[in-house]
Design a protein. Structure first.
Length: 90
């Protein structure tokens, strides 16, 4: 009976530490990639809109990519701030 208990405790401990490591690495790397991609898309949109050869179709396509990234970026910032002030414990 104690072997099953120890095995279950070990599995639980290993699973929780794996989730913590994956979450910490995934949020940091994902947030940086989102920020870089968002900066690139926003600067491209500004350059295209300032150009005399700017196409409305291209701007609409860029907007379709920028809006979801802005949502994800803002949610990442909110969760990072909540993690720093201690509301969320990972």
């Amino acid at each position: 009976m104690s072997i099953i208990t120890v095995s279950a405790a070990t599995t639980t401990a290993a699973a929780s530490s794996a989730v913590t490591i994956t979450t910490a690495i995934g949020v940091g790397v994902g947030g940086a990639l989102i920020a870089i991609l968002l900066i690139m898309l926003l600067s491209s949109r500004e350059l295209i809109s300032a150009s005399s050869k700017g196409s409305k179709k291209v701007l609409a396509t860029l907007d379709a990519a920028i809006v979801p990234l802005l949502v994800v970026f803002s949610l990442t910032i909110v969760f990072q701030v909540l993690d720093i002030i201690g509301v969320i414990t990972v």
